[in-house]
Design a binder for this molecule. Sequence first.
Ligand code: NAP
Length: 253
Amino acid sequence: MELSGKTALVTGASRGIGAAIVRRLAEAGAHVAVNYAGSRDAAEALVAKIESAGGKAFAVQADVGTLGGIRSMLDACDAVFGGAPNLDILVNNAGVGGEGDTGSLTKCSEELFDRMIAVNQKAPHFITQYCLPRLRDGGRIVNIGSLGGRSALPPFAAYAATKRALQSLTMSTAVVVGPRGITCNLVAPGAVDTEFNKTLAEKPGWAEATSKLTPMKRLGVPQDIAGAVMMLCRDEAQWVTGQIVEASGGLFL
Ligand code: NAP
């Protein structure tokens, strides 16, 4: 129980990668706030499962794409965790892409573009800003980026640009929090089998072709990313900060 006595907030955690991160941190003993936007049943089922296994978690509804949503999420966390400083681990995981290539250079609408900026870029900035006084010294911030943040991906141009921005935020944050012994790193997943990739997974041959591009010869599963996050939350990772950790099975992109 290496995270016993620690608190954590994971955004966008009702399903997919966020839910796997919650399970991993709770399994290690952390008390975890499970943020979700619309999937209330899934978030509550996840909390119930953790509690039935002896862990500690609670669900918090909030659209992190708005400052009002971020404030209400943190108020709800304060109500459970107590007065600041009250947080050891912040995982900025919530993210939106487009269906298929709707976020491409040629097709992206202004509405989708603004939504991706709000959830993928604005949210981590302001959640981190508001969490600075809440984080305990020696804490951890992990941003969930994407391999797309370093690659030329025209079908996902708008999405990938937000993840590039998150890399920059990660490095700036590491400088700000470093003197307090807090680390800030970015985990960049490759292709992970979640609803996020539903439209791609429905394309015949996509999963096989993508798997072939990895030395591991398979798509990722959410637990692969949760493992990388857990690695960064350990005491042994105290000297690792400002880094981009690719958890992609070595995907060549
Ligand atoms: P997913 O299965 O689509 O889950 C997305 C999660 O984000 C859901 O829990 C959703 O909550 C939440 N969310 C979306 N908008 C939100 C908002 N405005 N406020 C709060 N929560 C919100 O996606 P995933 O595959 O797990 O992706 C998680 C992260 O990994 C994202 O940042 C994504 O960009 C990144 N990533 C994924 C892949 C991949 O291959 N899957 C690859 C690279 C990077 P509700 O269900 O309640 O709406």
